[in-house]
Design a protein around this ligand. Structure first.
Ligand code: ADP
Ligand code: MG
Length: 702
């Protein structure tokens, strides 16, 4: 499709484009009679993609100059071996801010809208934002606001601002509900540039590259189909016995069967027998000959494992499908073994999935560790079950899930449901998220994902859930994108789409396991606490740490509003501010010789004048053991702070124990226990607390 045809598509969708004429021979003055000068001449034809690069754009022409310019252009193009099919002569739009608006189809996430500073410098500027289609109007405005060059749109150096509403309208026409993205069999579609001016927008270049193998009339093409991985309602997808009950039996099976444990050489299967026995889960082994494996009763085949809701398969990849075929009547089968799609053997994975479908069992994995649910005695880790709780986790990595469970529990997290999905051949993260959103036991969900394959369904599940979701993505930087013919394609990376996904759905995007645990801990402690105020107040000892605290919150995108003037007198009465300013962060003496009740009194005084949504109290643990010798003053401070939360309805209190490594063994645990009993989350660094408080800002506001 040539430029003028893509522009016609835009014009019909209501987007202003320059008036122009298309000629296949040489343009004659009579052809141009209806056009206002100055004029632009562009050649079109096969092989003419980036026209400026080929010398196929001439600007600022008078009507009388067009014929000669066309002759010169034809000659120059001939020198490059290009014979243009014709010329587009169009009116030249007045100068303005040149923007790029584009659509690409991401293999995992489907249609993605891109907007940014454009024109011939688009790739040099690389100042763009992306969002998944369909975008909302708020998304569209957010995309423009997020540009480094946003000031250009608002007006700068005496120039007037551009018609931002018209730009937003264009973004909605392309990427909003019912927009072009639904009608084009993408490919890539790109308007570069659209010239934005105070009086509106004009799309002066447009390009449409249908997806390979899908060429054809874009308008006649069927609506873009949502790529459907097996992510539909589970009843339809699997038809297994687990269907009607959702995933309840996955997390709380009556009994489990383990296939692959050995009587002679202990392996993964044997390890799981141990885990299940320790957890008190009724378990049966499946073994071709033995009637007992490591003290666990055994049956010769899955078909003979009665009353079992969950089968764990740990046999070599080639034998897994055969085992799964026997799982009829067992709602869930976990294939632990690797060696499938991830090892370059997709045909083995397809065979496995077919076997699961035939048996009517839902398949978890392959290549996954399984499920952890203290309430249901489900486990894939040693060291016993932790306490049942309200935090769910879905992970594409079994190893990482194990770490988050163990480290998280050490830090006070309590889990409702943890599922590892491995290659997610059948049960997908999106499907689990949909179910968890309706699960009465779960209050917040962590996701660790590496593969955007199920991206479209995930987007929909994230958009639909009311639970706070924390998203950690691995491998964002290593996944390169295919070389793209358009600017848009080259400007979209997987990492940016993941971030856009979080941005659009209100999920919290984190970049480390530590922050995944930290933000989940915040939601666990504070999730059900309604907050009335707004803003964040930081209190703690004076000095550089206080200054750095402000920087940490700044980086996390949280502004620390100054204290209201009325509170200054109250604080001075409490002895604060002698010789120093009363600011936020608020400096309050906290140390071995400080008064533990001072901070609660300060907080109460502030709250009377201005309720803050979050109060972050930090303490330098090291000072208690350098200038003091006993743990008690520190514990006393923790107790006073824990009490402060009860006295501050509508506010969430968070504690930061800086330099906790300087405390004698056990003291940190005591502080955590005091704080946990009062529903106060504890962080070891201001940075971690800032990320969590920023995430909490999106939730809990009454
Ligand atoms: P390319 O194929 O190189 O992207 P374009 O059609 O975008 O070619 O033209 C290159 C540049 O020329 C644009 O970035 C814009 O600055 C300018 N231009 C092209 N057409 C017009 C027009 N009708 N009005 C104003 N400027 C134009
Ligand atoms: Mg262009």
């Amino acid at each position: 499709m040539f430029e003028y045809q893509a522009k016609e598509l835009l014009r019909r969708a209501g987007v202003p484009v320059p008036r122009g004429v298309v000629v296949t021979g040489d343009p004659r003055p009579a052809d141009l009679a209806g056009l206002d000068e100055p004029l632009v001449l562009k050649a079109f034809g096969a092989g003419l993609v980036h026209k400026s690069d080929a010398g196929a754009v001439a600007l600022d022409l008078r009507r009388s100059q067009v014929a000669e310019a066309a002759a010169r252009m034809r000659a120059a193009l001939a020198g490059r071996g290009i014979a243009p099919a014709g010329f587009l002569v169009e009116e030249q739009a007045a100068a303005g801010v040149e923007l790029i608006v584009g659509l690409v189809r991401d293999p995992g996430f489907g249609p993605v809208l891109l907007a940014g500073l454009g024109g011939v410098w688009a790739e040099a500027l690389r100042d763009t934002s992306v969002r998944l289609c369909p975008v909302s109007e708020a998304d569209a405005r957010g995309m423009l606001a997020a540009l480094r060059g946003a000031a250009l749109l608002r007006g700068y150096r005496g120039r007037p601002g551009v018609d931002v509403d018209a730009v937003v309208k264009l973004l909605m026409t392309v990427g909003g509900a019912g927009g072009l993205w639904e009608r084009l069999e993408l490919g890539e579609f790109e308007v570069n540039p659209v010239i934005a001016a105070p009086s509106g927008v004009t799309a002066v270049d447009a390009r449409y590259l249908p997806a390979a193998g899908r060429a054809g009339s874009p308008t006649a093409a069927p609506a873009v189909a949502v790529p459907s991985a097996p992510s539909g309602p589970m009843v339809a997808a699997g038809g297994g016995a687990g269907g009607g009950a959702g995933f309840a039996a996955l997390f709380e099976p009556r009994a489990v069967a383990v296939v692959g444990a050995s009587t002679t050489r202990p392996n993964f299967g044997n390890m799981f027998l141990d885990f299940y026995r320790a957890a008190g889960m009724p378990v049966v082994a499946v073994h071709p000959e033995a009637r007992e494996v490591a003290g666990v009763p055994a049956v010769p085949s899955l078909a003979e494992a009665a009353g079992v809701d969950y089968a764990l398969v740990a046999v070599p990849a080639e034998r897994c499908a055969g085992v799964v075929r026997q799982a009829a009547g067992i709602p869930y089968t976990q294939v632990m073994s690797g060696g499938f799609g991830e090892a370059g053997r997709p045909e083995l994975e397809a065979e496995l999935l077919a076997a699961a479908r035939a048996a009517g069992t839902r398949l978890l994995g392959p290549n996954c560790m399984g499920v952890y649910c203290p309430r249901g005695r489900q486990t894939f880790t040693g060291g016993g079950l932790g306490p049942p709780g309200t935090i769910a986790l879905v992970s594409q990595s079994g190893g990482l899930a194990g770490e988050v469970v163990k480290v998280g529990e050490r830090r006070g997290l309590a889990f409702s449901r943890v599922a590892t999905v491995g290659n997610a051949a059948d049960v997908t993260p999106a499907e689990l998220l949909r179910w968890l959103s309706r699960d009465g036991e779960t209050r917040a969900v962590g996701l660790y994902l590496e593969d955007p394959r199920d991206g479209r369904a995930l987007y929909e599940a994230l958009a639909a859930t009311v639970l706070p979701v924390v998203l950690l993505v691995g491998g964002r930087s290593t996944q390169g994108r295919r070389a793209a013919a358009s600017h848009t394609g080259g400007l979209v990376s997987d990492g940016r789409i993941w971030r856009a996904l979080a941005e659009q759905t209100g999920a919290t995007f984190v970049t480390s396991q530590d922050d995944l645990i930290g933000v989940l801990a915040f939601f666990q402690a504070h999730g059900s606490r309604p907050v009335t105020g707004d803003g964040v107040l930081v209190v703690g000892p004076s000095g550089g740490a206080s200054v750095l605290a402000a920087d940490a919150f700044d980086r996390a995108g949280v502004r620390l509003d100054p204290l209201p003037g009325e509170v200054h007198g109250d604080l001075r009465e409490l002895g604060l501010g002698a010789g120093s300013a009363l600011a936020n962060p608020l400096e309050v003496p906290v140390g071995p010789r400080g008064r533990p009740e001072l901070v609660p009194r300060v907080l109460a005084a502030v709250a009377r004048r201005r309720p803050y949504r979050d109060v972050v109290a930090h303490v330098n643990v090291q000072s208690f053991f350098t200038y003091g010798t006993a743990a008690e003053p520190l514990l006393g401070y923790a107790r006073a702070l824990a009490g402060a939360q009860d006295a501050l309805p509508g506010a969430r209190v968070t504690l930061v124990t800086r330099n906790a490594e300087c405390a004698p063994a056990g003291v940190e645990d005591e502080i955590r226990a005091i704080a946990a009993a009062a529903g106060v989350p504890v962080y070891r660094s201001m940075e971690a607390a800032a990320v969590a408080v920023a995430a909490g800002g999106r939730h809990g506001t009454a």
